[in-house]
Design a protein around this ligand. Structure first.
Ligand SMILES: Nc1ncnc2c1ncn2[C@@H]1O[C@H](COP(=O)(O)OP(=O)(O)OP(=O)(O)O)[C@@H](O)[C@H]1O
Ligand SMILES: [Mg+2]
Length: 346
């Protein structure tokens, strides 16, 4: 199936990002347009009609300023609202497998199954006691969430052609040029949370949202030093996790929050080592604007014992001179979800 021209839309708690690309082949694409705007305060997840309109208007003006040339859109569902689970099933025929998946889904999804869109994806197989077993990733999105995106698209005068989870989009952005020979972990540092996922080959095989994001770091600085949020944000961006600056004071303020994040990541790594040894992550990629934090790759590498690198999704895209010029002051790392959506091919 070939998709028509469309753009990718990532609505975050902190910023809204849009990206349009032209796909030339399976591993080649050129960047057509991109842009971001600050998310209006209080509109995310709000059922208030005025808030919905405000968000729709914000998206409309962003499309204009970013010069996006199509009304067709693929959007990302926030990972924090999605339920995913990697489970092992016997090698059953289709109907029996479907029943087994529904039974499993019922156990872990805290919503009635008729209220979610449930999808599944085979991501691997293994032998257990001489029997073939399938590793299957279950993904469930609440129908109310899907409805709210449909409504938002129509308020913004857009045609929604697909919805995906943030993790699916990020995985596509990262594996567009490279097939992951070894399992990798991806951490998306957003404002309100950190999305943690594990990818293998071209598929996500695990995802979970940690309730601590980069804004929690700003808050720690603000509380420790009695600074307002803007000033604290500036300190965070200037010194980050650099222990050699200002007597390591900012580092000391951020370290306890970072340790919370590190301990959650460690739990996941240990889970994989114990139950999915063959799939345990060998490397970490960090994305999201929160990943710009100075010293973050080094900090995570040393605490987790795994090589940690920033990933720039724009580095895999071709750009003409005009686009290249417009990117001079842009950090690509926050656009990973939007680029992944824009690269969708079927
Ligand atoms: N230069 C920087 N250094 C450190 N942190 C930064 C920098 N620039 C932005 N951030 C932080 O990144 C966070 C926003 O990241 P991003 O735009 O990816 O979030 P979002 O996708 O809108 O949020 P979410 O994923 O939680 O919905 C904010 O907490 C912001 O303070
Ligand atoms: Mg985000």
């Amino acid at each position: 199936m070939n998709l028509p021209d469309f753009f990718g839309l990532d609505i975050g708690n902190h910023s809204i990002k849009v990206v349009q690309v032209k796909r030339k082949s399976e591993t080649q694409a050129s960047l057509v347009a991109l842009g971001s705007s600050e998310t209006p305060f209080g509109v995310i997840g709000s059922e208030n009609e005025q808030h919905k309109k405000e968000l729709a208007e914000n998206i409309k003006s962003l499309l204009e300023s970013a010069d996006i040339g199509t009304k067709k859109v693929v959007a990302a569902l926030p990972e924090s609202a999605i339920f995913t689970r990697l489970a092992v099933f016997p090698d059953l025929v289709d109907k029996e497998l479907e029943d087994a998946i529904h039974w499993e889904a019922k156990q872990y999804i805290p919503l009635p199954l008729e209220n979610v869109n449930l999808e599944w994806l085979k991501v691997g197989e293994r032998q257990e006691a001489g029997q073939k077993k399938n590793e299957i990733l279950l993904v469930a999105a609440p129908k109310t969430l899907v409805d709210s995106y449909t409504q938002l698209a129509s308020l913004a005068g857009l045609e929604l052609i697909a919805l995906e989870t943030e993790t699916v989009a990020t995985t596509r952005a990262i594996t567009f040029k490279q097939k992951m020979e070894e399992t990798a972990m991806i951490l998306d540092f957003g404002a309100n949370g950190t999305d943690m996922s594990v990818i293998k080959g071209k598929n996500p095989i695990f995802s979970q949202t940690l309730g601590t994001g980069s804004d929690a770091l700003t808050k720690a600085i603000s509380l420790d030093f009695g600074l307002d949020v803007q000033q604290a944000e500036q300190y965070k961006r200037t010194y980050g996790l650099d222990q050699t600056k200002v007597d390591g004071k900012i580092f000391k303020s951020l370290d306890p929050i970072m340790q919370v994040i590190v301990s959650e990541i460690t739990k996941t790594l240990n889970f994989f080592r114990a139950h999915f040894q063959a799939n345990s992550p060998k490397k970490i990629y960090i994305v999201g604007d929160g990943a710009i934090l100075i010293g973050l790759p080094e900090y995570l590498s040393s605490k987790l014992g795994l090589l940690t690198e920033r990933f720039d999704p724009l580095s895999n895209l071709e750009k003409d001179k005009k686009v290249e010029e417009s990117l001079k002051s842009v950090s690509g790392i926050g656009y990973t979800v939007a680029v992944g959506l824009a690269l969708k091919a079927e």
